[in-house]
Write a protein that binds this ligand. Structure first.
Ligand code: NAD
Length: 261
């Protein structure tokens, strides 16, 4: 538990499912006031808010598409109207969509870039503006991926969005370090969430994924949320512009295990 988080306000985009929902729950357990942004699944977002309220927490649900500037502006407006301040913005919303590059349409490319990368810019832009107005050491956490580092054929748009997101994280961390605004990223490996539902319920696809993970298991969303809570807290007070990999060793070149190579 991180006592300094108590009473602070966090916005989590795409917060109704998977990693986003786990971050929402963890930050609520840390007694933060949480704003759950969802895109389409209102029922799930409301159920999560209700669960938090039943545990004496405070949660607000706000619909919005992170790739649309008016929606992101509205997310901040609703947050301030309800809670009066902002301390943490988690850019978690993201999509992936398999398409070999020679068959990928511009529309497919743009959708992934719009949500994963432009959404990152829009969320960070409104959060930084608010922090500058408040004059508080606000934080931004970007949910990246091991594919900010590992190329991913069939998912060029996704890998580019996460690679670009890494440079965006570092650049704005540098840009606002003087104001004590900290910007960091979390790069998950293979985590058991709806994005991987088809892959992990097919035994062959799951086995193929496990071959890439030295720890030989997929991760839980709560294991990612734990890093988010730490990055949000004062315990990480001197860290900015960094990416924390939560991947069971996926980025350690597993093919070199056992001294191969
Ligand atoms: P998920 O599908 O459960 O979560 C993605 C969330 O983003 C959903 O709630 C979805 O509704 C929301 N979303 C999609 N488009 C949106 C939009 N335009 N506006 C607002 N919200 C939108 O999957 P997840 O695994 O929890 O993914 C969360 C993040 O973690 C993503 O950024 C993803 O790239 C990243 N990630 C996941 C894994 C993994 O293995 N699960 C690995 C690496 C990175």
């Amino acid at each position: 538990m991180y006592a300094d988080l108590k009473g602070q306000v966090a916005v989590i985009t795409g917060g109704s499912s998977g990693i986003g929902a786990a971050i929402v729950e963890r930050l609520a357990q840390e007694h933060m006031k949480v704003v759950i942004n969802y895109h389409t699944d209102k029922t799930q977002a409301q159920a999560l808010a209700q669960k938090i309220q039943q545990a004496q927490g405070q949660a607000l649900v706000v619909q919005g598409d992170v790739s649309q500037e008016p929606d992101v502006d509205n997310l901040l407006v609703q947050t301030l109207r309800r809670f009066g301040q902002l301390d943490l913005w988690v850019n978690n919303a993201g999509v992936e969509d398999y398409a070999p590059t020679h068959q990928m349409t511009l529309k497919q490319w743009q959708r992934v870039i719009d949500i994963n990368l432009n959404g990152l810019f829009l969320g960070s832009m409104v959060a930084v503006n608010q922090y500058l107005k408040q004059g508080n050491p606000g934080r931004i956490i970007n949910v990246s991926s091991v594919h900010e580092k590992i190329p991913w054929p069939g998912f060029a748009h996704y890998a580019v969005s996460k690679g670009g997101g890494q440079m965006f994280t570092k650049t704005i961390a540098l840009e606002y370090a003087k104001q004590q605004i900290r910007v960091n990223a979390i790069a998950p490996g293979a985590i058991d969430t709806p994005i991987n539902k088809t892959k992990f319920t097919d035994p062959q696809q799951l086995a193929e994924t496990l071959e890439l993970i030295p720890m030989q298991r997929v991760g839980h969303p709560q294991e990612v949320a734990a890093a988010a809570a730490w990055l949000a807290s004062q315990e990480s007070s001197y860290m900015t512009g960094a990416t924390i990999f939560i991947d069971g060793g996926m980025t350690l070149y597993p093919q070199f295990a056992e001294g191969k190579g």
